[in-house]
Design a protein around this ligand. Structure first.
Ligand code: 3PG
Length: 213
């Protein structure tokens, strides 16, 4: 494991912009223009979920985009960790948190943003030193009021809520003292990727990047 705790790195990433785009990509040829549009719009941290056959190739391609920091999402197993690392992912995101996954990420020196959805899960992550966590699925698990309630007993933990976050509720999260950024797929603009409408995505990213003014 690295001398510096992985949460220090993920905390820095979560401070770079108010939104981390959650990307489900179907065509590898979309990877570079999509990443370029998001980065140009002011969202440098990109999470590519390992949910499609081209995800790893997309990570490889996006990693070459200037100014971007590309990570793998939906990382569930040691095999995912190894694949993400060799594709060039700079960080990993998981929907939940297990000791096996933490061990695999630490062995591979791949900083993990682990997902939690309860106080007990947050405490277990904290026992391993993880104080920068994803809150997932944010809206379904209690939304901004839940995180506000956690900020009193667990002030040392910061969150990136993801799942059901949109332009209409993002600010409710971002104004909380224990939220550094949010994650969401809305910045992909529905079918804009399919249409190759990179200008629309860049504009959505720009609006998202200004959310925490
Ligand atoms: C996911 O893992 O799919 C993310 O939570 C994205 O959720 P969203 O599509 O509701 O933004």
């Amino acid at each position: 494991m690295t001398a510096v705790h992985p949460s220090k790195f993920t905390r820095e990433l979560c401070n770079l912009a108010p939104v981390i785009p959650v990307i489900i990509i179907n065509r590898v040829e979309d990877a570079v223009p999509l990443a370029e549009a998001l980065v140009a719009g002011g969202l440098p941290v990109l999470e590519v979920t390992l949910r499609t056959p081209v995800a790893l190739d997309a990570i490889k391609a996006m990693s070459k985009v200037q100014g971007g920091v590309v990570g793998a999402g939906t990382v569930l197993s040691a095999a995912d960790v190894a694949a993400a690392k060799s594709a060039g992912a700079e960080f990993a995101v998981s929907p939940g948190c297990t000791d096996a996954l933490i061990d695999a990420c630490e062995a591979a020196e791949l900083p993990l943003l682990p997902g939690v959805s309860s106080a007990g899960e947050a405490m277990r992550a904290l026992e391993r030193g993880y104080d920068m966590l994803k809150f997932f699925p944010a809206e379904q698990a209690g939304g901004a009021p839940f995180l506000k309630a956690l900020s009193s007993p667990l002030p040392q933990i910061s969150f990136c809520p993801t799942g059901g976050v949109s332009p209409s509720n993002a600010i409710d999260y971002l104004k909380l003292p224990n939220v550094l950024c949010v994650g969401g797929s809305w910045v992909l603009g529905g079918d804009a990727v399919e249409k190759g409408d990179w200008a629309a995505i860049e504009e959505l990213a720009r609006l998202a990047s200004r959310l925490k003014a």
